[in-house]
Design a protein around this ligand. Structure first.
Ligand SMILES: Cc1cc2nc3c(=O)[nH]c(=O)nc-3n(C[C@H](O)[C@H](O)[C@H](O)COP(=O)(O)OP(=O)(O)OC[C@H]3O[C@@H](n4cnc5c(N)ncnc54)[C@H](O)[C@@H]3O)c2cc1C
Ligand SMILES: *[C@@H]1O[C@H](CO)[C@@H](O)[C@H](O)[C@H]1NC(C)=O
Ligand SMILES: *[C@@H]1O[C@H](CO)[C@@H](O)[C@H](O)[C@H]1NC(C)=O
Ligand SMILES: *[C@@H]1O[C@H](CO)[C@@H](O)[C@H](O)[C@H]1NC(C)=O
Ligand SMILES: *[C@@H]1O[C@H](CO)[C@@H](O)[C@H](O)[C@H]1NC(C)=O
Length: 442
């Protein structure tokens, strides 16, 4: 027998930005909807998490998302936050005047050479933009390959290669994997300001969740969703710890990486058109390596340090107040790095940094993320893989199972940006409104 306690109008799977966006929307509408969020982890926020343990409460670090892009007072997510004077609002997280770029020999590369590389890079961007829409989609790498090969000066090749690698960092994928035709359609207003929260984005999300008393069951790993009962038309949800829940509608917000890994069994199975979209859409990888030092050996005014090595480009973000350098590493290099031990990774990074700063001491503490091996994320964020477009994202967002299973998450915001926290949040709001409408009609 079902007790009324276990019967819900709506169950939201996953308490990241999308699940939270949906829940806040339901509260905002003051609906009488009986709903609950089931979350696998012991915390809210999903890919937003601020670690205050490793480097201490005074040096909070975001292991996942850090920046709030598309900053605008009317952005629905940001209405929940009023920036403090410790926070920063920038037009771009990358200021070339506050960046030092070092070559493989450890020598500083002069700005005029970087400008030259950027001009070539801009030309590539034009080639990418002008790629004819009636031609078959190919990777960004394939579009610029010949042009890139034409650069004769070796140093310039390295520098242009660095500009290209910044695309890989942003998308979390290799140039060989990224769609040319869909490039930048999932960015939203990329020129809007960016907010950096000094206490950490994860701290902010925790605050929202606590203040709004959201009904969340933590440590609840959903393993099966059964939509097959035709007689009572209820959805039955089972969890790893043997709990069962029933509901009229379910909202799935687990990451695309988990969908690709089939971490939840659906009965009947997810329709073919959605499986195709799940398989085709790209889910990238971005990892961070935090290195904390006993003192600052780099120029304190720097925001970024870029290091060209023989293996890959190292992009560091500087957090001088915590004496921390954060390496951002993406795509196949990030995948390779995940196979190494923390000690091996740190050793390699120190060797290349020491070429620039011979007197630097070894780091005193470090932290390496491995988002591939996080079972509740299985990677970092989505991107348009070769052959995907907005139609793919629409399929990811479209309801299934007779309209009773709804879908939200960073990878489903088909009319704006994908891959960002606000994309996820707004997709959750969108689905909450649609489900509310259905509940009111029934
Ligand atoms: C390293 C990194 C850096 C990033 N940087 C930025 C940035 O600077 N700015 C930005 O805007 N975005 C950034 N992003 C992307 C951003 O974090 C995501 O787009 C966004 O947080 C996704 O929200 P979501 O709700 O879609 O998914 P998630 O936050 O992943 O939420 C999904 C939830 O589902 C839960 N879950 C999974 N499986 C199950 C299950 N079986 N049962 C129950 N629950 C389950 C998960 O634990 C998780 O809490 C970054 C991401 C990473 C990884
Ligand atoms: C950001 O850009 C706006 C408009 O282009 C400009 O007015 C403002 O000064 C810029 N802010 C910073 C911090 O550079
Ligand atoms: C990614 O690019 C590197 C070279 O930059 C290449 O060696 C590797 O095979 C590529 N991986 C994929 C999956 O395309
Ligand atoms: C379907 O629902 C009916 C009515 O609540 C119930 O008696 C039956 O056991 C359910 N069937 C399954 C397979 O769960
Ligand atoms: C997400 O999609 C909505 C429409 O559903 C759109 O208005 C919004 O701009 C998108 N959000 C972002 C951050 O791109």
């Amino acid at each position: 027998m079902l007790t009324s306690n276990c019967l819900f109008d709506l169950i939201i799977i996953g308490c990241g930005a999308a699940g939270i966006g949906a829940a806040l929307q339901l509260q905002k509408c003051q609906s009488t909807t009986r709903f609950i969020i089931l979350e696998a982890r012991n915390r809210a926020g999903g890919r937003m998490f601020t670690d205050t343990q490793t480097f201490g409460a005074k040096a909070p670090v975001d292991l996942g998302a850090r920046w709030l892009h598309h900053y605008h007072p009317d952005n629905p997510f940001y209405t929940y936050y009023s920036p403090s004077d410790k926070d920063r609002i920038d037009n771009n997280t990358y200021d070339r005047l506050k960046t030092n770029t070092f070559d493989t020999d450890g020598k500083l590369i002069p700005l005029n050479l970087i400008d030259e590389a950027e001009i070539i890079f801009e030309q590539y961007c034009t080639i990418i933009e002008k790629y004819p829409s009636d031609k078959e989609d190919i990777s960004i790498f394939d579009v610029i390959r010949d042009e890139y090969a034409k650069i004769e000066n070796e140093k310039m090749r390295r520098l242009v290669g660095m500009c290209l690698a910044s695309i890989e960092d942003h998308e979390g994928a290799n140039l060989t994997e990224i769609s040319t035709k869909s490039y930048e359609i999932g960015e939203g207003n990329i020129d809007a300001p960016i907010l950096t929260i000094s206490d950490g984005l994860g701290s902010f999300i925790k605050q929202i969740v606590d203040q709004n008393n959201l009904p969340i069951e933590f440590n609840t790993i959903v393993t099966q969703i059964d939509i097959s009962n035709q007689s009572n038309r209820l959805i039955h949800i089972s969890t790893l710890n043997g709990h069962h829940y029933s509901c009229k509608y379910v909202l799935i917000t687990i990451p695309l990486g988990c969908l690709k890994a089939h971490s939840i069994v659906f009965m009947p199975s997810i329709p073919d058109w959605k499986i195709t979209a799940i398989d085709k859409m790209g889910f990238g990888l971005l990892n961070k390596v935090f290195l904390q030092f006993s003192s600052i050996f780099w120029d304190e005014k720097l925001q970024n340090i870029d290091v060209i090595t023989n293996h890959y480009y190292q992009f560091y973000v500087c957090i001088p107040e915590a004496r921390i350098l954060v390496l951002y590493i993406a795509g196949s290099h990030a995948r390779d790095l995940e196979q190494q031990s923390d000690e091996e990774i740190v050793k390699t990074l120190v060797i290349s940094l020491r070429r620039i700063y011979p007197l630097m001491t070894d780091p005193i503490k470090w932290l390496v993320t491995r988002w591939t091996y996080d079972p509740y994320s299985c990677g970092s964020y989505s991107y348009f893989a070769v052959g995907t477009d907005l139609e793919t994202v629409k399929d990811l967002a479209r309801e299934s199972h007779d309209g009773r299973v709804h879908w939200a998450g960073e990878h489903t915001n088909y009319s704006g940006s994908i891959g960002y926290v606000d994309s996820a949040f707004e997709s959750g709001q969108r689905e909450a409104l649609r489900i509310l409408e259905k509940l009111e009609q029934s």
